[in-house]
Design a protein. Structure first.
Length: 550
């Protein structure tokens, strides 16, 4: 099987400036203070010239002059005070827009295959040497003590924000990292734009969830929202609650959830920390979108539900316990051992166990059948040990209730058996009656006989129940033989290596063996080494500056 070739880096800039020779302007320090404001504007004009980075050998001198000029201006506004005057604002915004605002081309593969964001390498922006300095310059401009929001309002407006949001679909994770910081700074500085920014991000999410299911910047936008939610005043506005139920919860149903789930779960938990009464709505939403046939996604849901339970009040827990533990029972019954294992790890969470113990009369009858069945029949030995631990814990909390649950389980099995026998007997009688009424004792032509097998004999008896009680008095996970690791988890070969590896946070740099910043690579497709090298060289703005090497 031949893998897809790595996609080539390209510039998303379709329109470049007509060939223009740009001259090297004198440095600021070699110019008299009275001439520097005009020189600053000339340099800003000069940096509006765009170059074709698809041809690496073209216009090298002009590219070098522009990069040097951008660096000079960056240092100038960082070290000098009083240089951001009223006439500078339109020039800076114009230079930023000219360099950065562009149409993001749709993702394609050279072979014509559909783009897979989870497997395909990101295509990096060839013009990044210039774009990076433009982003850094604009951030220093906005963060400067001389920056006047009232003056900037005329230029950094709603159309500017919409253009900025369109860039979040860039495949280059380095650009999305800078965009995240830039939009967050604008949200913090411009109070008049806050509601508009939130609505516009909502629209991006709506388009993603209900139309395309494809967007590169969902994780970064959720990171911004996590910080915004953290600053919401109490009590929460209805607008914010609607955002949780109509936007954040439906984001769970998209098949590419793994690309942004850590950031999404953080936003949901932030809402619950602000208003615990939202727990029921959140949990019912998660149960509504619970994956049916996607086990890795199910593990993600189980992770998030545990985080939700950690911030759920006991009173709110009682509203969700029945629906939740019916789902947990289904997870414990899963033949995918990672799903069953993740569900059983809830019994290692002290707060969740306390919630269970306070409501044991409701929860135990729901989960006991799943626990009992898997103590006997699950194929994975680690699951046996974890099931025994869960059962033993319940027995220690309330022995009488546990005995009652065992007896109720047995009675229910007997009733199910009797019902099955009754159904079979009724069918047999109906069949015999039909034969008696048929002409000549034969069924009509074309009738297909449906063969009914008698129900199997009942497998639960008093001996099984007694055996379980005796085993629980002695068993714990430490007694389970097998090849276990330091966490007591059986070392079973993974069907998909790396499936249970935690996802990187936005802006977190990984080693070459772990993959890159939002590089989204789990497959064994060919690697473009230049992509990995460029991603490793990027330093997120969230990271502390590295000390210079000597």
């Amino acid at each position: 099987m031949v893998g897809k070739p790595p996609r080539k880096q390209r510039s998303s800039r379709f329109v470049v400036t007509e060939k223009v020779e740009i001259e090297r302007l004198p440095p600021f320090l070699e110019t008299s203070p009275s001439e520097r404001p005009q020189l600053f504007i000339k340099k800003l004009h000069q940096c509006r010239v765009l170059f074709d980075f698809n041809d690496a050998s073209a216009e090298l001198k002009g590219k070098q002059i522009k990069a040097q000029t951008l660096h000079e201006m960056l240092e100038y506004i960082t070290t000098q005070r009083g240089v951001i005057t009223e006439n500078i604002y339109p020039e800076v915004v114009n230079m930023f827009a000219t360099n950065l605002f562009r149409s993001i081309p749709p993702p394609v593969n050279p072979t014509g295959d559909a783009f897979d964001p989870e497997e395909d390498e990101p295509v990096l922006e060839l013009a990044w040497p210039h774009l990076q300095i433009v982003y850094e310059f604009f951030l220093r401009f906005v963060e400067s003590p001389d920056f006047n929001t009232n003056m900037a309002k005329r230029y950094i407006d709603q159309p500017f924000v919409l253009n900025l949001l369109e860039l979040f679909d860039s495949e280059d994770p380095r650009e999305r990292d800078f965009l995240k910081t830039t939009l967050h700074r604008i949200y913090g500085k411009f109070l008049n734009l806050r509601a508009f920014i939130r609505r516009s991000i909502n629209n991006v999410f709506f388009h993603f969830v209900y139309e395309t299911e494809r967007h590169n910047g969902i994780a970064e936008l959720l990171e911004i929202l996590g910080s915004i939610i953290n600053g919401f005043a109490l009590p929460l506005k209805e607008e914010h609650k609607t955002f949780l139920t109509r936007v954040l919860i439906p984001l769970h149903k998209v098949k590419s959830l793994s690309l942004y789930h850590p950031q999404l779960a953080y936003c949901v938990v932030q809402f619950l920390e602000k208003d615990p009464s939202l727990a029921e709505e959140v949990m019912m939403g998660l149960l509504k979108y619970w994956p049916k046939v996607n086990s890795p996604k199910e593990v993600m849901f189980l992770n998030e539900v545990e985080e939700v339970l950690d911030v759920t009040d006991p009173a709110e827990f009682q509203k969700i316990q029945v629906a939740l533990f019916h789902q947990l029972a289904r997870c414990i019954n899963s033949q995918h051992f990672q799903v069953a294992e993740r569900a059983l790890l809830y019994w290692n969470n002290e707060y969740v166990v306390n919630l269970m113990s306070d409501n044991l009369s409701v929860i135990l009858p729901i989960v006991f059948p799943a626990l009992y069945t898997n103590s006997k029949s699950h194929w994975n030995r680690t699951i046996h040990g974890m099931v025994y631990n869960a059962l033993k814990l319940f027995m220690e909390i309330n022995p009488d209730l546990f005995d009652e649950a065992m007896q109720q389980y047995k009675l229910r099995k007997v009733e199910e058996q009797e019902h099955a026998v009754s159904q079979y007997s009724a069918w047999q009688k109906l069949h015999e009656k039909a034969l008696q009424n048929a002409p000549g004792g034969k069924m009509p032509a074309g009738y297909v006989e449906i063969e009914r097998t008698p129900p199997p004999p009942l497998v639960v008896d008093d001996t099984d129940i007694m055996d379980l009680s005796m085993e629980l008095n002695a068993a714990s996970i430490d007694d389970v033989a097998g090849d276990l690791d330091e966490r007591g988890i059986e070392r079973v070969p993974m069907a998909d290596p790396g499936l249970d590896r935690p996802l990187p946070q936005v802006g977190h740099e990984l080693s070459p063996t772990e993959g890159g910043l939002h590089a989204r690579r789990k497959s064994v497709l060919p690697v473009d080494p230049t992509v990995l090298r460029d991603l490793q060289a990027h330093r997120s703005l969230d990271e502390p500056p590295q000390p210079p090497s000597h």
